[in-house]
Each structure stands twice: as C-alpha cells, then as structure tokens.
Write a protein that binds this ligand. Structure first.
Ligand code: DI6
Ligand code: FE
Length: 413
C-alpha cells in the first residue's frame, strides 16, 4: 500500500511537554491515516522510498502536530457587543450576569435561533480556527439550558464534525448558568440537569464529557458534585470551569474525582497544584477570558510547573468573556500575560491539550502510531508561532492522513 512521505522537514514532535523535540532534516511516513515512521532523512528505511509513494519536500519548514483548541463555546446565538460597551462604562461581568445579561442573554438568543442559523455562524467560527492549523476542537453546550436546546446545540456540534475535516469533542455544560424559568432555585435546576437533561443528551448520543461552571454567579462545589455523581455513574469523563473569578475549591474537588481538566484556575491556590498532578488532571489556562475581563489575579503557573501539572491553553471562544477567535493569538497571550514559554504554549495547544481531552493516546504529538494530524508552517523556528501577533504562517494541514484542501495541498516534488 502506498505511503505519504514528508522529507526535509523540521519536526517539532512535542512528545513531551518540556521541549519541542526538534528533529531537523527529518522525514515522516504516513500509512492508513497514522504516523508509521519518523526520524532523520538519512535513516529513512528503504521500504518507504518506493516511487509510487506521494513524497513532499518540506524545504526545511516547520512541521508540528495539528493544533487542538480544547475549550470552546463556539455554538451560540447573538453576540454581546452591547455588554462589551457596558463593561467599558464600568459595569462588571458579574453585575451584568446578576442583572439577567451575561450567559442568560446568550441563552435567549440561542433558544431563539434554529439549528441552521446556529450552524452557519458556528461554521464560520470553526473555519477561522481551521485556517490556523486547528485539527481538533472541543465544543461545549451550555447556552440552551433545557433538553430541547442543549440537544440543538450538541447536534450542531455533531454536524460541524460531520461536514468538516476536523475532530470535534462534544461537552455537555448544562450546569453553566441558572435559566430564568427556575427563578432562584439552583438546587431544583441541578436536579433537572441530573435527572432529566443529562440522561436525555446521553441517550441522544451527543456527549463525550461533562463540564460545569463552579462559581458564585453559577453553581457551588456541592451542586457540581451532584452533576459529577451522575456523569460518573454514566461513565462520562468530567471537567470543570473552576476558580475563575474567586476560589471555591471546585478544582480540587474535580481533580480528586479524576477530572480530565480544570479550566481557568486563576484563583487556584499554589498548594492545590499537587492535587491536580496526583490525579493527572490538566490545568487549562484561558488568557482570552483573563484579558477580556481585565483580571489581575494570575494563575499559579510556577506551582503548576513545579508539580508537573500538564498545562493546556485554549481560546474559550465564547460571546461573553472571551470573544477570541484565534488559537495562535492565544499562544502569544499565554506567553505575555501568563509568562508561559513558547515551548509551553505549543505544548499547551498540542500534547497537553490532548491530555485535557483524554485523547493523548491518539493525537497531540508526532509519534509512531498516532493519527497523522499535522501542520506545515512557513517559519524556521517554533517560537515564531507564539512570538508574532496576528500572523498566520499555516501552509498545509493534514488530518487523519489526508491533506485538508482549504488549507492547501502541498506541491508534490
Ligand atoms: N466561563 C467562561 O469563560 C464562559 N463560561 C464560563 O463558565 C463564559 C460564558 C459567557 O460569558 O457567555
Ligand atoms: Fe469557558
């Protein structure tokens, strides 16, 4: 069977998150959608040199794993530009939320939109990410907040996956905000999430993981525990928006239950980093939300590093706290705002993002046996990806061994 062959590449293999794992003048062989061999050009085994193989000379350009945006809310109706104006006039994110705006304003617009309208807008956002070399994206529900509308959102996410050359992970975020029809009764809503919504979306086959928003303006640690009890009884992995605006202890609770990730974590205490490490829980940093909300509390990056917690970064693409549509810009922001190194930023959107989705056996690094999801970049060093602001050097993208046409098929030679 013919192979696909890349030669003369600068591979950033990202096999561990502490170095690029650079191999200059390297070859990479793709067979049946997976990486069959990689290493220095001179060591390429003779059996891969046969003439009917597709062979591409990368001319020294950088090749990385496909990028992974492991935390987005990219299916939603309307936008929150007016709230952006309100915040600039002095209102806080929490004040706007308490006055019925915020997440609930997007819930109204999402409930009003039909599936096609949601799909068309979300497809535009997704295509924007894809042009930057994103080959895997996580998409959360959480703006429907009832069975019909959460299913509508998750179906849109599924349709995006079916109609685009991208891997999509769908996360149920029913415990995102209290919808107005539940008045002030958060406990009653959590019972509805556990007893009715979650079983219904799982029955529809639309859920890969379960998330929640553990915060003063959302749900308590105890309420999230109820949701996780139910999720884990259904054998679903869990993750949590935790310690974003204040410290409630949700991150430690989720980690002790083996959560894939805890996300935001600006207010995580340094001593809690160990709990994440002990449970193999990734910390997903979201500099877009930090920036948009003009947060000043930095996540405890030193403690995360010291404890070898996998650090991922993501856009958090959403209409309220992070209208950020670029994963490359997110890498730059993670470096400048959170002092991540460019190695950590690239690991944050490859191997560690794969860990945050429970997919690191399959994607996230250039490694024999993993899916051939990769990007050819017109740069000579991987740090350029984090260093430049607003550029996009993505030249060609391969997913599951296939060149993605709208990301240009490389010229054969
Ligand atoms: N934290 C976030 O960053 C998003 N959800 C959450 O729980 C924000 C969602 C929004 O403001 O619409
Ligand atoms: Fe989020």
């Amino acid at each position: 069977m013919p192979y696909r062959l890349l030669t003369n590449a600068t591979l950033a293999t990202m096999q561990d998150s502490t170095s690029y794992g650079l191999i200059p003048s390297a070859s990479l062989v793709v067979e049946s959608g997976n990486i069959a061999w990689l290493g220095p050009d001179q060591q390429l085994p003779g059996r891969f040199k046969i003439s009917d193989n597709e062979s591409i000379n990368c001319q020294g350009q950088l090749v990385t794993p496909g990028l992974i945006d492991c935390h987005t809310h990219l299916v939603y109706g309307g936008n929150r530009a007016v709230e952006f104006e309100m915040r600039l006039e002095g209102a806080s994110y929490q004040q706007i939320a308490r006055a019925g705006g915020g997440i609930n304003s997007t819930v109204r617009h999402t409930r009003d939109a039909n599936e096609q309208e949601l799909f068309d807008k979300a497809a535009d956002r997704l295509h924007g990410l894809m042009t930057e070399g994103v080959t895997t994206v996580e998409i959360k529900s959480g703006y429907g907040l009832d069975i019909e509308n959460e299913i509508k959102m998750l179906k849109v996410a599924q349709k995006l996956a079916d109609q685009n050359p991208i891997r999509v992970k769908k996360t149920f975020l029913g415990a995102h905000a209290l919808p107005p029809e539940f008045k002030a009764d958060k406990d009653r809503y959590i019972d509805y999430v556990c007893d009715q919504m979650l079983p219904a979306v799982v029955e529809a086959g639309l859920v890969d993981a379960v998330d929640g928003f553990c915060e003063g303006i959302a749900f308590s640690v105890e309420q999230m525990e109820k949701v996780f009890d139910k999720a884990q009884a259904l054998n679903l992995p869990i993750k949590l928006h935790a310690e974003q605006l204040s410290h409630l202890g949700g991150a430690a609770m989720a980690a002790m239950r083996g959560a894939l990730s805890v996300d935001h974590v600006e207010y995580l205490k340094s001593q809690e980093a160990r709990i994440l490490a002990d449970n193999n829980t990734a910390a997903v940093l979201l500099p877009g939300a930090f920036y948009t909300l003009r947060e000043t509390q930095l996540p405890p990056v030193q403690a995360l590093r010291r404890n070898n917690v996998p650090i991922a970064i993501a856009t958090d693409l959403n209409p309220g706290s992070s209208p950020l549509h670029s994963l490359l810009l997110t890498m730059n922001m993670a470096c400048t705002l959170f002092s991540l190194t460019p190695v950590e930023a690239l690991a944050g959107v490859t191997i560690n993002a794969a860990k945050a989705l429970g997919l690191d056996h399959q994607i996230g690094s250039l490694e024999v046996g993993k899916s051939a999801d990769l990007v050819i970049w017109g740069v000579d060093h991987p740090a350029v990806l984090s260093y430049e602001i607003g550029s996009n050097h993505c030249k060609s993208v391969m997913i599951k061994g296939q060149w993605r046409e709208n990301n240009h098929q490389p010229i054969l030679n």
